[in-house]
Ligand binder design. Structure first.
Ligand SMILES: [Ca+2]
Length: 399
């Protein structure tokens, strides 16, 4: 779906059939259609606060972008930021939009508000998620923010890019061997009984994908895209274990060097935790088992911030070892068969799961999950069928 459909839906159709609307071709939208003195909106780059005490406070310009619309039109968007819904509504009330195909948007922590020539409207939650050519929406711009609440890397992280095809490569991060406590303590919020804590040693260094595999990467390898939610930078989703095996065989045929494979359940948790022992790999715990959770919001796309779809990889801050999207976005397949009591008898070094089983492990939770399912220790499993929540992250064995 193109972004304007996501943004406007029915509002767009209403505009098309409105006979009061002048011909847009006679109303080029180049002129800035605003009654607000732009000097009022100048901001101090250090505080991002308006430098004047004009009545329209707390609203500051953020971005402006024109993009080809349907037919011959050009749609122009003027984007502002405000601290509250009230400020946004007050600002939009006084704003005159003179031209067709001209839209004023105000983003606030309480939602996104808009106005066009026809009056106020409500832009949808998908606003500027993936294909906006201007500055990314602040809601999708976490990449530009410092990795809040994430401790610095314990050691220098080595990374490498593996070219799959011209212009498409996989970014891998090398993890040193080490040991850690797999599972969760009884005191952890949202904990499940199969997360019995036990010591596990990863004896060899391994390369791990910095991000889940994206759709552009998947398509470069296989020539097709199984994803239910589509977009080149979105993690591939809706795959089965069999799909993953076909992908890995083709990828290994295309590349020279160490073999790509799925992580084991233990490798996944080792990579996710990056030395942390908390519910989340930011060093924080979830604040509640179900419902909106501010600590989860920092590191993951989940039920309360995802708008019920996956998001481009890498928008949330990484863990201490530079890995993004371990929590949420898409669940990540592991090579282990699932066995609920496996931890009680698993080998201490490089466990690879039970010899056989009915379900495969996937880890990290996904965009429709509650916080407890996203925790570093949370275990989940799936039969061999396609499901929208399932993607993968690669591991490459060192030569
Ligand atoms: Ca994930």
């Amino acid at each position: 779906m193109t972004w304007w459909k996501r943004v406007f839906g029915k509002t767009q159709r209403l505009r098309e059939t409105d006979s009061r609307s002048p011909d847009p071709t006679t109303n080029p939208p180049q002129q800035r259609p605003t009654t607000v003195d732009s000097a009022r909106l100048r901001t101090d780059p250090h505080t991002e606060r308006p430098t004047s005490t004009a009545p329209v406070s707390q609203v500051r310009p953020y971005d402006k972008c024109s993009i080809p619309g349907r037919m011959m039109d050009t749609d122009t968007y003027e984007v502002y930021l405000a601290d509250t819904k009230r400020d946004a509504e007050e600002f939009l009330r006084t704003k005159t939009v003179a031209a067709q195909q001209y839209y004023v948007i105000v983003e606030t922590p309480e939602g996104i508000f808009g106005r066009d020539k026809m009056g106020p409207y409500q832009p949808s939650g998908g606003w500027r998620g993936t294909d906006w050519p201007g500055k990314p929406s602040p809601r999708f711009a976490q990449r530009e923010q410092p990795a809040a609440q994430v401790a610095p890397a314990a050691e220098p992280v080595q990374s490498a890019e593996v070219e799959v095809k011209e212009g498409v490569s996989l970014e891998m991060v090398r993890l040193a061997p080490g040991d850690f406590t797999m599972g969760s303590p009884d005191s952890e919020v949202g904990r499940e009984p199969d997360e019995v804590p036990h010591r596990v040693k990863i004896t060899k260094s391994l390369w791990v994908g910095r991000y889940p595999v994206t759709q552009s990467q998947w398509v470069a390898v296989t020539g097709s895209n199984p994803s239910e939610h589509t977009g080149p930078d979105l993690p591939v989703n809706s795959i089965s274990t069999a799909d993953a095996e076909v992908f890995l065989a083709k990828l290994n045929a295309l590349t020279k060097g160490g073999r790509f494979r799925l992580p084991t359940e233990a490798e996944w948790e080792y990579a996710c935790r990056a030395g942390t022992t908390t519910g989340l790999n930011s060093g924080k715990d979830i604040t509640r088992r179900e419902g909106a959770c501010p600590n989860t919001d920092v590191v993951a796309w989940y039920d309360y911030n995802s708008d019920q779809h996956p998001h481009p990889v890498g928008l949330k801050p990484p863990n201490r070892w530079g890995l993004h999207d371990m929590h949420g976005n898409v669940g990540e397949l592991c090579s282990d068969w699932f066995q609920e009591d496996y931890y009680s008898g698993s080998p201490q070094e490089d466990p690879t799961g039970p010899a056989k089983g009915q379900f495969r492990v996937h880890r990290g939770g996904y965009f429709r999950n509650d916080p407890w399912s996203l925790r570093s220790a949370a275990r989940n499993y799936i039969g061999d069928h396609r499901q929208e929540n399932i993607g993968l992250r690669l591991v490459r064995e060192t030569d």
